[in-house]
Design a protein around this ligand. Sequence first.
Ligand code: NAD
Length: 320
Amino acid sequence: MKVCVTGGAGFIGSHYVRAMLAGEYAGYEDAEVTVVDLLTYAGNTANLPMDQERLTFVRGDIRDADLLASVLPGHDAVVHFAAESHVDRSLVGAVPFASTNVLGTQQLLDSCLTAGIRTVLCVSTDEVYGSIDSGCWDENEPLLPNSPYSASKAGSDLVARAAWRTHGLDVRITRCSNNYGPYQNTEKLIPLFITNLLRGRPVGLYGDGANVREWLHVADHCAALQLVLTDGRPGEIYNIGSGVEVTNASIADRLVELCGADPGLIRYVADRKGHDLRYALDLGKITKLGFTPAYEFAAGLESTVRWYRDHPSWWAPDAG
Ligand code: NAD
């Protein structure tokens, strides 16, 4: 079995690669993994077991047709994580988002078709649905993305579906809620707060802190992705989440406790432009496929804080 993982040096992709190479996925214990990653600011080879003999690392761009033509043939599956992923960055410059997330996905799909890849799993986000005050979304909801990031991910989903419908490429799409866990770039809410609070620095909470997100541990997300790869169906979309809804304010309070920090370090700041209030997913379809999260949120958050506390050299090179 040969699996190509785009964006495999990022937060979620690298977890997936480490888990696969560690033999955590039944039937894939001997899989060979090729990572294609551009190593933007978000990619880091320190996230990967670079000396593992079943891992091949290729620094490259998913928008590069020649590179994909040389790398993809011979792989059974492509798991596509590569993306510009930070909403705040998309508010100040959206072009890289449209470029990598839409054009990059399109190039990857075209190249997969030419290379005869059996299955392409496109990793997407619940943010493509927009914001929902009450209730939850199933996979048939219309796409109403509100940020340049989520709009570009919706574009990615649409070109992926079209590749299935037009060309019969076996494409599967997943839409996951917010992830947390080790190796997440410190620009994102949970690691940003942890790494500042551990150093006694203030943290800024957007608006009134009442925004609600559904949090899933990265290990659970990756386990669900593997389930969709092995047991999912071509052309189908699968929501992935935990059902655990938490406000940003209560996460901040909990992180203050876990980091042993002063509660006065939480500062309320002007809200993010177009800030979605709440995301919530109907998880019936992925549950039916056999997925149940293994991590309980409180314990997962505690172990995440411990990881950042124990690995200062990963996130603050001058502190290592
Ligand atoms: P990340 O920003 O940590 O990693 C993205 C990776 O993609 C990096 O290694 C980067 O170098 C690489 N990359 C960027 N542009 C590239 C290009 N043009 N060619 C090749 N590689 C490129 O992101 P993440 O948090 O690990 O997210 C992975 C995927 O999961 C994304 O598609 C994201 O939209 C999706 N997702 C993330 C979350 C979350 O909470 N983080 C939730 C749901 C879905």
